[in-house]
Ligand binder design. Sequence first.
Ligand code: FMN
Length: 473
Amino acid sequence: MDDLRAWLDKVAGRGELKQVDGADWDLEIGCVTALNWARPNPPALLFDNILGYPRGYRVLTGVTSNARRTALTFNLKETTSGKEVIDMFRTSLKEWGQNAGKYPPEWVSSGPVLENVRRADGVDLLKFPAPKYHELDGGRYIGTGDAVITKDPETGDLNMGTYRIQVHDGKTLGLFSIPGKHGRMHYEKYRAAGKPCPIAVSFGHHPLVLRVAGMELPAGQEFNYVGSVAGEPMKVIREELTGLPVPADSEIVIAGFCPPDRSRPEGPFGEWSGYYASGESNAPIIEVERVYYRNDPIILGSPPGKAPSDTSYIRGVMLSALLHNDLEAAGVPDVRGVWMGEAASQMLVIVSIKQRYAGHAKQTAVLASQLARRGFWGRYVIVVDEDIDPTNMQEVLWALCTRSDPEKDIDIVRRCWSTIMDPIIRKPAQAYFNSRAIIDACKPFEWINEFPQEIRISPELVERVKAKWKGTI
Ligand SMILES: Cc1cc2nc3c(=O)[nH]c(=O)nc-3n(C[C@H](O)[C@H](O)[C@H](O)COP(=O)(O)O)c2cc1C
């Protein structure tokens, strides 16, 4: 499997990597990154000569913000079509999951990450150019595209999750992992037992590692999954302090413990919803005891923001493909398309179906409201007929307004799973619940054949007219 540098070479070879020299870690990297998203087909950005840091200490953003680099990252056929990426994803997700068992990580004794090793007093996290991305962020974030590695003390399951990590000082980090996430559950189990939670974090790796760590996979699957996508096992080193597996070719790895009895204020941080919604709150800390890094290390950044953002494109693709497969696995027939797009920060879920029986649309909507994002955030779910392209908002809105009657077609599901990151929940809150609106925007099943005929121009007429007014139309 390639390391991050080989991936960068490939991207540079395709003309999709831009070097930015001399930016300040304090807001400039974040601002340049955000301006880059707003461009059509944005390149990846590699920041070097960062103010106050030696040449070579770099930050990379925008790794998978288009179809081409997404396909490259996931070992898929090269394409520039977003629709094709989703279709390939759906098929491949099944294969990757089925084959994951064949690719347990391969333990190796050495790797580039061991080029520099710092222990105890030698640990200094300020050595790395962690950016302050957004103007109201509470500090510098070294971890936005990271892979946080923990082990379930009861089952032994290994987890790799992407959770944001703030730099508190040279030896202490803040970890923001919301309740329900596997890494958080591991930490809670140690905490309940009054024990420190062993933890290792990789801050720079092949983007596939980030995308898998940030994917809502069943417990314990991430390492195998990376191998399954790459078609070869992920090489890992046994970290000497915690015994946890860490990527052998990572750019930067830290290891240490989250103490059970200490936390520190973390945040605010500009989040994927487009707000600083979770504000500042007490979060677990990591007391760092080891740092490993390659010469000229690269921090892989994936800062969130109001869409379009670093993650909104790829999250839309991945979450839509996951939901489509989950609906099928739950037994919903004839799902024709799913889209959880960028504009609504993946909180608007569109599912198109070929209606087969009375209640089919409602069944789809209820399940989608609970399966989207594997449990939370599908705030609005709209189910449309198969003639509507779920990725085309114009068509979706037309179907919504012409095929649904609010009185009978909108239902509310209450007290669903939410989190502190939900902007609509006033904080502090005792518990984080939200509701879901599920909307049946399909033609009414019981009189579907009498529904008004819609205006569509037949292809034959189009052909005839185009031929007649060639050059004019
Ligand atoms: C770029 C990115 C940043 C993320 N940041 C956080 C975060 O700060 N906290 C969190 O709990 N989840 C965050 N997530 C979501 C989790 O990574 C995701 O839900 C993942 O499935 C968690 O892994 P787990 O299910 O093994 O816990 C982020 C995802 C991505 C892609």
